[in-house]
Design a protein around this ligand. Structure first.
Ligand code: GLY
Length: 370
């Protein structure tokens, strides 16, 4: 099956391609060479992690070397702990020690952690070098590799330091997904489901019709789901790159409750995707109450999430603790919790929800788990 090219065109930024499909990694070098920065560069640094290096590093380096690049690589330990200023510092030092100049290209080969830290390091080293994203998880392909958010965590919270810096090319080779476990797969599916509800009837009902095939990893359906998600995300980011125009917030659908679940259950207990799916179920019910969103959306969304292997969680916490966690989230404003709520598929609103209403909904939510 041929690969699909999506062009991301953000006002004020250079346009870039996202190439989606099986075999794209073998043509990485060729596509990097075709970018403006890659056309002039001699040196490439591949940043990857200890899970991905044994699987895809040699293939990525081979493709880059075949285009005449001198390729170096750095492997960081797999896991969220690597998204730190300390690890970023080690990478900056290593880049300087091997005399990489402003004309080098940084390739981020891995999932969201690698993409975020490599994007951050690349956007700050010598005030910024070209960054190419090569996502190897479904979540990174449909969300984090596109749109230019980079960052590292602080002890006070996730992603508290970072930049907006668009990549110059994104290579999403769906062959790399063959090694993904079920939990990671479902994580990506949650973000695809999120995108479909916010985007349109066309995406949502297509996904509903193909949910079983996506869960079964049918190649054609996987490729189309990624392409549709990337087109959606590119459109959102083109309207509001820096989340300052009230558009990019829509990508936070399901995430308000999800962040509280992840924090209170202990990071890693539930996957990000499982928490986002639960957050979507909660937000749709809140929307039905506050905005008169059709019950049909609530039920059809439940059906979609079930089919994608994202069942309702049996876990809950006290409404008081959940409310407190949401008010402390970095997306809250002035202590008020804000939710992205769907009026209907393809029609959303950012709504500040009062503590009383939220407490009542959280009580219902907790009671439903008893
Ligand atoms: N993942 C959310 C965003 O890119 O804004």
């Amino acid at each position: 099956m041929p690969t699909t090219k999506v062009v991301v065109n953000i006002p004020g930024e250079s346009a870039y391609d996202v190439r989606v499909g099986a075999g794209a990694l073998d043509r990485l070098g060729q596509h990097v060479r075709a970018t403006a920065a890659g056309g002039k560069a001699d040196r490439v640094l591949v940043i990857t992690d200890s899970n991905v290096a044994p699987l895809y590093l040699a293939q990525a380096k081979r493709s880059l070397a075949a285009e005449g690049y001198r390729v170096s690589d750095i492997t960081i330990p797999a896991g969220e702990d690597s998204k730190s200023i300390a690890v970023a510092g080690e990478i900056w030092e290593a880049m300087a020690a091997c005399s990489l100049g402003r004309d080098c290209v940084v390739v981020a080969l891995g999932g969201g952690v690698v993409g975020d830290i490599a994007g951050f390091v690349g956007s700050t080293y010598m005030r910024g070098v070209s960054v190419v994203q090569v996502p190897t998880t479904l979540l990174a392909m449909v969300d984090s590799s596109v749109g230019g958010k980079t960052g590292v965590n602080l002890s006070a919270g996730k992603n508290l330091v970072g930049t907006f810096n668009q990549p110059t090319y994104v290579c999403a080779d769906i062959n790399a997904l063959s090694t993904l476990n079920e939990r990671e797969w479902a994580c990506g599916c949650a973000e695809i489901a999120k995108a479909s509800v916010i985007d349109s009837d066309d995406f949502f009902f297509w996904l509903l019709d193909h949910a079983n095939q996506l869960a079964a990893r049918d190649e054609g359906v996987v490729q189309e789901a990624i392409v549709r998600s990337v087109v959606f995300k590119a459109d959102v980011v083109a309207q509001d790159q820096t989340e300052s125009r009230g558009v990019r917030e829509c990508l936070n659908y399901g995430h308000t409750l999800a962040h509280a679940i992840e924090k209170l259950s202990g990071y890693g207990t539930y996957s990000h995707g499982a928490a986002v799916a639960e957050g979507m179920r909660f937000a749709a019910r809140l929307a039905a109450d506050l905005l008169g969103t059709p019950e049909e959306l609530v039920e059809t969304q439940d059906e979609l999430l079930d089919a994608l292997g994202l069942p309702a969680l049996s876990w809950s916490a006290s409404p008081a603790d959940m409310l407190d966690a949401m008010k402390r989230d970095k997306k809250a404003r002035g202590g008020q919790v804000r939710f992205v709520l769907p009026r209907d598929v393809g029609n959303w609103e950012l709504v500040e929800v009062s503590d009383d209403i939220l407490r009542a909904h959280l009580q219902q939510w907790t009671a439903s788990k008893a």
